[in-house]
Each structure stands twice: as C-alpha cells, then as structure tokens.
Design a protein around this ligand. Structure first.
Ligand code: SF4
Length: 88
C-alpha cells in the first residue's frame, strides 16, 4: 500500500514538473501565436492599387504595421487582403 502511494507521489511530481516546464511555452503560444503572412504571399506592394491603400484598410495599424501581414507596412501600400476600413 505504501509503495503505491510512493509511486503515486513520484508520478504527481513528474506531472507537476512537466506542467511547470510547459507553462512558458503555453505563454509564448498564447497571445502572439498567430503568425502573420509574408508580404510576398499576399503580393504586398509599397504603392497604392486602384485607389486602394493600406491606411484605408481595416487591417492597417498606424503608423506602419498590419494585423495580417508581417513587416514594415507603408500607409500607401497595398496587398491582396485589402478590406475597406469601416466608416467611423
Ligand atoms: S492592404 Fe491591408 S492587409 Fe494588406 S498590407 Fe495593407 S493594411 Fe495589411
């Protein structure tokens, strides 16, 4: 009986240690886990297209970022994912 309790204790400790080791990984993959797309994958260009540009896109984050595409995004840029920013 005491042997099984001992085994149980070791097992629980192993589980706790494993969980503690995994915690930082979970934290890393929790918030910013969503990888952005590469500029080339969405045909990003630094110039507007057909009157559409990043600062008029719903995904643009001023001054030079995007929620969907990785890298330095020009306000005058454009890519395939362009979606008109809703009127405020
Ligand atoms: S057009 Fe929109 S989705 Fe594409 S890079 Fe510009 S802000 Fe991002």
């Amino acid at each position: 009986m005491s042997e099984s309790c001992s085994n149980s204790g070791v097992s629980r400790r192993s589980v706790l240690l494993a969980a503690a080791g995994a915690a930082p990984l979970l934290a890393l993959t929790g918030g910013e886990a969503q990888a952005k797309l590469a500029m080339t994958a969405v045909k990003y260009q630094p110039d507007p297209k057909d009157g559409k540009q990043c600062d008029g896109c719903n995904f643009f984050v001023a001054p030079n970022s995007c929620k969907m595409v990785d890298g330095d995004i020009a306000p005058t840029g454009w890519c395939l994912l362009w979606v008109k920013k809703p009127a405020t």
